[in-house]
Design a protein around this ligand. Structure first.
Ligand code: ZN
Length: 345
């Protein structure tokens, strides 16, 4: 396993200081598994202004399809061969088909009846129960032997900067035989690693990071939390690997509770930087894939210009799929570590 980085330097003549030469550093890192490159640059302080939430939220409940007065009238039902009862309901959480599917088995799950929950008020119980509702869907599509029941995935876009068109907290839940790009690349690369090294990449990564310590955050049960070496997000990514677990449905209730607990710690940590929005994706192997380890990526999102709604993704990322992170993941680690203090081994 190699953690490769190339340091670069830009020289400019600085008009603010009588055209004195100024050196601006940057770094290009390669993800040790896939070789995907990620740029560390700009080096601004990780502190963003938050919007006026009251103004942002005002009026959005009136037209929200996930609010309790509308959700049972507006949302569609699954056909009886997939889900005889049409929707899965657990207390005030409801799972129904995605009206804008990107695969044949796509669902949306509301995380309860409350329209707006500030990021730091999303507690681990809510996440645990919402994930569990999605897992019930996964078990049901497995039970009917659905051809798409290969990779069971939860994606979470929280708030508009992360791509959510609705304020109401919800999860994207889908089962697919078509692994998404980065997950597919990781699965192939992890298989190649296993073939060559005769060990599991993810086990080796956790062992290395735990020993090295610069990017390791802590352990909760079997879940290992670390800041990613080659992050995708502008404020870094947190990678969580679950020890010994190959695929989504191998996660135990304890694992899911630990994932939920860790996610609330990340939200608390990033909230201090002014972040109020994030993406979170499951990455899973197919059942029995010994090269794979279940992991998730938590990636904070922001607007580069709040007033203009300028996204944190431009041409470099959108068309080259080249990422920018504005601080070293090792520094981001120190900002998040207080949340994990008691668990660091
Ligand atoms: Zn709502």
């Amino acid at each position: 396993m190699e953690f490769r980085a190339t340091r670069k330097e830009t020289l400019i003549l600085n008009p603010a200081k009588g055209m004195a030469r100024r050196s601006i550093p940057s770094e290009i890192r390669l993800d040790p598994l896939t070789g995907r490159s990620a740029r560390i640059c700009h080096f601004m302080e990780l502190q963003w202004p938050k919007p006026d939430f009251e103004r942002l939220i005002a009026g959005t409940a009136k037209t929200c399809p996930f609010c309790p007065d509308k959700v049972m009238q507006i949302t569609p039902l699954f056909p009886e061969e997939i889900l005889p009862e049409g929707r899965l309901i657990d207390d005030d959480r409801i799972l129904f088909p995605n009206i804008a599917p990107y695969d044949s088995l796509g669902a949306v799950a509301t995380m309860g009846s409350i329209h707006y929950i500030p990021m730091t008020e999303i507690d681990s119980q809510r996440i645990f129960k919402s994930f569990n509702l999605a897992f019930e869907f996964f078990r049901r599509v497995e039970a009917v032997d659905h051809p798409e029941a290969v990779y069971h995935l939860i994606n979470w876009n929280y708030m508009p900067p992360a791509g959510s068109s609705l304020i109401h907290p919800h999860l994207q839940v889908f089962s697919t035989s078509s692994a998404p790009n980065l997950m597919r690349q990781e699965l192939h690369a992890a298989q190649a690693y296993l073939n060559t090294a005769k060990t599991n990449y993810w086990d080796d990564l956790v062992a290395y990071e735990q020993k090295d310590g610069q990017r390791y955050l802590g352990t909760i049960g079997r879940t290992h939390w670390l800041t990613a070496f080659a992050p995708i997000g502008v404020a870094g990514d947190v990678l969580t690997v679950v020890e010994g677990v190959r695929s989504t449905l191998e996660l135990t209730d304890n694992d899911v509770a630990d994932l939920a607990e860790g996610l609330t710690r990340l939200m608390a940590g990033y909230d201090r930087m002014g972040i109020y929005s994030f993406n979170m994706n499951f990455f899973t192997g197919a059942a029995g894939d010994d090269a794979a380890r279940f992991h998730l990526l938590f990636s904070p999102r922001t607007f580069f210009n709040q007033a203009l709604g300028t996204p944190d993704i431009g041409a470099l990322r959108n068309l080259f799929n080249e990422t920018l992170c504005m601080a070293f993941p090792e520094e981001i680690n120190t900002l998040l570590r207080p949340e994990f203090k008691q668990e660091v081994v």
